[in-house]
Ligand binder design. Structure first.
Ligand code: AMP
Ligand code: ZN
Length: 462
């Protein structure tokens, strides 16, 4: 018998059986979306890939999914301690555009890159700035229930009023209090956080609204509590984000919702662990970062990155390297060619034993690396060709590698492109750098990219 779906819940710190809260309805899933003051880096997309696989595994188990993702386009300050500048206003200054313009620009780029990685869209993609009224109403309820206080710069959540504040992160509140390492300002406790911030006196922000407490903007965490409540209800099935959300953002979302309605917001709390670059966390604020476009610029198909992410379990950190990308190029290429060479026959069912083994793996807290190993076994195994194909295409409903659509023609280099590349190689050989650059630009215009390698070059689609 196939194993039932079990998922690791960070709130209880256990891997436990997943059962939807409403057996008849869809599984209700909320995932924290991007802060759109800059491009998303491939680390961010590792988390979105994990969430995509989660959705696909839920569907593999016969559930329908109602997925809500937010776009943070206001209120996320440069410091998690409620000090510093709004990332949006800072991004606007950096680019010379308005905060509203950069929100649109980076949201569009985000959505485009989801598609490049075969990440399915959320059912509802909602912006914080479109839900200011809901956030104000939420804060008003929190205040009415006695969990808020007002200082000279905003409305704050009083975490001392909640005995189990910080449970998700197992926060050591007393340790924090004793150390007082965190800059506290007028906050009563270092863990208190902003629900609403006032616009600085005498200053007009690009994004600001009237509220019962004064003109200003919402704190970062309230948007998720308010939008999750609006679209998914007070208590829903699964809430996800990256591991950095455990100690602050998700901890505070839980606090807000508990203060308002007394429930703990979501049944399962799942977190994608970080992508590391040179053993350090990849972060936008740290300056240099890699985008999906950076991969394409270096000649990689974005689905190679998807494949690479599938080879590591979502609850382990993963180090990024170009060597690992190159190994994924080879593996994905082999898998695509392998599947393409299989016989296509209608009405041939997948191999039931392999489907069961694959299910056992994905149902074991999304053990996709092991599930991928099962796919390789099928490809290399002895089953009839058409059965292998039917089985692998079923697996691809979870893996999302687009195996059915791929054909070697996608990689075939047209003769005129080949001629341009050869001419460029000759120009380089003769040290005619300007001519070589001109030919590279001409190649780019045909949609191809040349990558120099020791002893030759490689052509790739842009
Ligand atoms: P942000 O745009 O900063 O709000 O982040 C978007 C998502 O990416 C959140 O779920 C973060 O937790 C996640 N995230 C941020 N950095 C990384 C990283 N290096 N690796 C994986 N996920 C990340
Ligand atoms: Zn959130």
């Amino acid at each position: 018998m196939t194993a039932a779906l079990t998922l690791y819940d960070n709130y209880t710190r256990t891997q436990r059986r997943f059962e939807p809260l409403s057996p008849a309805g869809p599984v209700r899933l909320y995932t924290c979306g991007p802060t759109v003051y800059d491009y998303q880096h491939i680390g961010n997309f590792r988390t979105f890939l994990f969430e995509d696989v989660l959705k696909r595994v839920l569907r593999w188990n016969g559930y329908t999914v109602m997925h809500v993702m937010n776009i943070t386009d206001v209120g996320h300050l440069t410091s998690d301690a409620d000090t510093g500048e709004d990332k949006m206003e800072k991004g606007a200054r950096r680019t010379g555009k308005t905060a509203w313009e950069i929100a649109q620009l980076y949201t569009d780029d985000f959505v485009e890159n989801l598609a490049r990685l075969n990440i399915e869209d959320a059912d509802i993609l909602c912006r914080a700035t479109d839900h200011i009224a809901e956030q104000i109403a939420f804060i008003a309820d929190i205040e009415r229930n006695g969990f808020a206080y007002v200082t000279s710069d905003g409305v704050y959540f009083d975490t001392a009023k909640q005995p189990d504040y910080g449970h998700l992160a197992r926060l050591d509140i007393r340790g924090l209090e004793a150390g007082k390492r965190i800059e506290q300002g007028e906050k009563r406790s270092p863990t208190d956080f902003a629900l609403w911030k006032f616009s600085p006196p005498g200053e007009r922000r690009q994004m600001e609204w009237d509220s019962p407490w004064g003109r200003g903007f919402p704190g970062w965490h309230i948007e998720c509590s308010a939008m999750a409540q609006k679209y998914l209800g007070d208590y829903f099935d699964i809430h996800c984000g990256g591991e950095d959300h455990i100690p602050v953002h998700h901890t505070n979302e839980i606090a807000q919702t508990e203060a308002r309605v007394g429930t703990r917001l979501a049944n399962f709390w799942m977190h994608g662990y970080f992508l590391l670059l040179d053993d350090a966390k990849m972060a936008k604020s740290a300056g240099e970062f890699l985008r999906v476009q950076s991969l394409i610029d270096r000649g990689y198909d974005p689905l190679v990155y998807r494949y690479l992410c599938l080879t590591a379990h979502y609850r382990t950190q993963m180090s990024f390297s170009w060597e690992a990308m190159d190994a994924a190029v080879t593996a994905l290429d082999r898998m695509r060619r392998g599947v393409h060479a299989l016989e296509e026959a209608a009405q041939v069912p997948p191999d039931a034993a392999y489907i069961e083994r694959f299910t056992d793996q994905v149902n074991d807290d999304l053990n996709v690396p092991r599930a991928l190993a099962v796919a390789w076994e099928v490809l290399r195994g002895e089953a009839p060709s058409a059965v292998k194909r039917a089985t692998l295409l079923r697996f691809d409903e979870v893996l999302g590698l687009g195996l059915a659509d791929w054909s070697p023609r996608q990689d075939a280099v047209p003769p005129e492109v080949q001629a341009l590349a050869d001419a460029r190689a000759a120009a380089r050989g003769a040290k005619q750098w300007a001519e070589a650059d001109r030919l590279r630009a001409e190649l780019a215009a045909t949609g191809w990219e040349v990558e120099d390698q020791s002893g030759g070059y490689r052509l790739k689609r842009r």
